[in-house]
Design a protein around this ligand. Structure first.
Ligand SMILES: Nc1ncnc2c1ncn2[C@@H]1O[C@H](COP(=O)(O)OP(=O)(O)OP(=O)(O)O)[C@@H](O)[C@H]1O
Ligand SMILES: [Mg+2]
Length: 160
């Protein structure tokens, strides 16, 4: 039977291990996003992989709630990026690359978002493979049965 695992705090200093969660409904996936925020810092990039409907945007909504963003989080599929001001003069940038291919990305100048003043969440990061900075938080999502989702979170390139 699939169980929901209580999410644990993960510090940047001990980020080599993978954490695996199973959620049974969207609200639980959002909760994982909210928990993730406790360890987020300006400059962090969260890459969310998973098939259509895996729950990437749902998790991003949780991150936005955790960052105290009150706007509704709409999928940025048609605009590629939506920006939201957050505390400390920072921005949260929600990027959805489903509809683009690599050359378009180069033209769009979107690399400007990966800076130390932003926190970025990127859906479909595999569309720009090779352009994602080495240090990022990787989230892999998979539909299992019914409404459950398997969510694997790993910190890549963070100091141990
Ligand atoms: N355990 C769950 N976790 C996340 N979403 C769930 C879960 N159970 C059901 N859902 C539903 O699945 C859908 C997930 O949609 P969402 O837009 O988050 O997916 P996505 O991965 O962003 O898709 P896309 O690739 O099209 O952007 C939502 O309608 C959500 O309510
Ligand atoms: Mg989405």
């Amino acid at each position: 039977m699939v169980k929901t695992l209580k999410s644990k705090t993960t510090k940047h200093t001990s980020t080599s291990s993978k954490k695996v969660f199973y959620t049974l409904k969207a609200a639980q996936t959002m909760q994982i996003g909210r928990e993730l925020v406790k360890n987020l810092k300006k400059g962090d990039i969260i890459c969310l992989s998973g098939e259509l409907g895996a729950g990437k945007t749902t998790l991003v909504k949780g991150i936005a709630r955790g960052l105290k963003i009150e706007n509704d989080i709409l999928s940025p599929t048609f605009v590629l990026v939506r920006e939201y001001p957050i505390k400390n003069d920072a921005k949260f940038c929600h990027i959805d690359l489903y509809r683009i291919n690599e050359p378009q990305f180069f033209d769009s100048g979107m690399e400007q978002y990966f800076t130390d003043s932003n926190i970025c969440a990127v859906e479909w990061p595999e569309r720009i493979k090779g352009m994602i900075p080495k240090r990022h938080i990787k989230i892999e999502m998979k539909s299992t049965k019914n409404n459950s989702r398997k969510i694997v979170i790993s910190y890549k390139g963070y100091k141990q």
